[in-house]
Ligand binder design. Structure first.
Ligand SMILES: [Zn+2]
Ligand SMILES: [Zn+2]
Length: 171
C-alpha cells in the first residue's frame, strides 16, 4: 500500500518533470495529493482563486492509488500537473495537448482519456439483485425505480430487489 508521503514525492517529481520539459508557471500547486473516492476519474486538478492567487489541488482516486502501477500514477499525475497552467481549465485545449506530446516524446503516456483495466472500480453502495437467478447489478446511488415493473435482464423474471452493499473497509 502506498503512503501519502510516497504520493507527495511522486507529485513533486511530476511537477519537476513538467516544468523542466514545458516550462515553469506561477500558479501555486498544493504539494499534498488528496485521495478521493472518485468513481469515474483516476485524478483531478481543482483550481481555487483567491485574490489573484491561483492554487491547484491535485487529487487521485483511492482505488487507483491502491491498484495502479507507479508508471500509471506518474502518467496521471503529469496529466493533472498540465492542468495547473494558467489558462488551463478542465478541458484539454491545444496547449494542453502540445505539452502532453512534449512529455510523451520522452516516453510518458499522457492521454486525454485513460483506462486501466487492472484498476478495480470502486465498490458499489447498492446492488440490484435478482432473487430468481442471482444476477447482480452494482449501483452507486440507491435505485429509485419501482423494481416491480422491471424484469431481470438475464432470466426475464420479475424478481428484482435492492440490497445495500456491505460497508467498505477502511484503507
Ligand atoms: Zn484532464
Ligand atoms: Zn434473474
Amino acid at each position: 500500500m502506498r503512503t501519502v508521503a510516497q504520493l507527495d514525492s511522486m507529485l513533486a517529481d511530476a511537477i519537476e518533470i513538467v516544468f523542466a520539459v514545458c516550462g515553469p508557471h506561477h500558479n501555486r500547486i498544493s504539494p499534498e495529493v488528496k485521495i478521493r473516492k472518485y468513481k469515474t476519474a483516476y485524478g483531478k486538478c481543482v483550481k481555487r482563486y483567491n485574490g489573484g492567487v491561483v492554487t491547484c489541488q491535485i487529487s487521485l482516486a483511492d482505488n487507483f492509488v491502491q491498484d495502479g502501477t507507479d508508471e500509471q500514477l506518474m502518467d496521471v499525475l503529469l496529466h493533472e500537473v498540465l492542468h495547473t497552467y494558467p489558462g488551463e481549465s478542465t478541458g484539454h485545449n491545444e496547449a494542453f495537448l502540445q505539452r502532453a506530446n512534449q512529455l510523451n516524446a520522452l516516453g510518458y503516456s499522457i492521454k486525454v482519456r485513460q483506462r486501466f483495466p487492472e484498476v478495480r472500480s470502486a465498490p458499489p453502495n447498492w446492488w440490484i439483485v435478482c432473487h430468481n437467478c442471482g444476477a447482480r447489478l452494482p449501483r452507486y446511488r440507491k435505485p429509485t425505480i419501482d423494481l416491480r415493473f422491471y424484469r431481470c435482464g438475464k432470466c426475464q423474471r420479475s424478481a428484482l430487489a435492492v440490497e445495500p452493499a456491505k460497508p467498505r473497509t477502511l484503507k
